[in-house]
Design a protein around this ligand. Structure first.
Ligand SMILES: C[S@@+](CC[C@H](N)C(=O)[O-])C[C@H]1O[C@@H](n2cnc3c(N)ncnc32)[C@H](O)[C@@H]1O
Length: 212
């Protein structure tokens, strides 16, 4: 099943190949879960799914808990009136200002489908800053969201840096790591899934769990 979020570096098209090399295990750990393509297309009985992006994990938790009720709530944002440049920037502003986590989670789905290429990028103050995508009729991926909700009943979602997630690995766990790509050059980097980014130091960082 396709993830319900568009996500840079998402591995949906590679899931069959990835599955063919993943071993059996008691629990899947994904320190860089992103859209969850691998989790959604495997069947581990337990899943520890983490990412450093708090907006992503906040959304996953609402969908996990509420399912159809939350999907219905999101659907109110998917109207022709909300698919204009003016409405997009107003709703993006609301996303950046609100303290209502449920509204923020729904707006994150809206932004993902209405912004340019479904990118997720933040400015230095942590504000989401991807421009309007100009799609003719963005649709709420209801079927994919409900599938995610059902699978998520066997998952724990955490906002965490990958090093702390790696340190939770136990014998018998399967760890699938999909970090941001190494930028090809200083100017070509797309590493802004969350405030702070992911640079060369993180690419080289030896997680303590792997040093044992
Ligand atoms: C290539 S994407 C993962 C894509 C995912 N496998 C999928 O199929 O959608 C990399 C992810 O790493 C997350 N990330 C970046 N820096 C991180 C860090 N220091 N610790 C944990 N996650 C991080 C990003 O938010 C992004 O979701």
């Amino acid at each position: 099943m396709k993830p319900f979020l568009k996500w840079a570096g998402g591995k949906y098209r590679l899931t069959e190949r990835i599955k063919s090399v993943l071993p059996q295990g008691s629990r899947l750990i994904e320190p860089f879960v992103g859209s969850g393509a691998v989790f959604l297309n495997t069947n581990y009985s337990a899943n520890l799914l983490a990412d450093s992006n708090p907006d992503l994990i906040n959304l996953f938790r609402f969908l996990q808990k509420e399912g159809q009720g939350f999907i219905q709530f999101c659907s109110q944002l998917f109207t022709p009136e909300n698919n204009t440049e003016t409405a997009f920037y107003e709703l993006r502003d609301e996303f950046n200002k609100t303290n209502d986590l449920r509204k923020k989670a729904a707006l994150f789905v809206y932004l993902n489908r209405h912004c340019f290429n479904g990118l997720c990028r933040y400015n230095s103050k942590g504000g989401f800053n991807v421009p309007y995508g100009k799609y003719s009729k963005p649709a709420l991926p209801e079927k994919e969201m409900f599938y995610f909700h059902e699978k998520a009943q066997h998952a724990i979602f955490e906002v965490a840096d990958f090093k702390s997630t790696m340190n939770k690995a136990q014998p018998g766990d399967v760890v699938y790591c999909d970090p941001p790509y190494v930028p090809l050059s200083a100017t070509s980097s797309f590493t802004s899934y969350a405030k702070g980014g992911f640079g060369l130091d993180e690419q080289h960082a030896p997680p303590r769990a792997l040093e044992r």
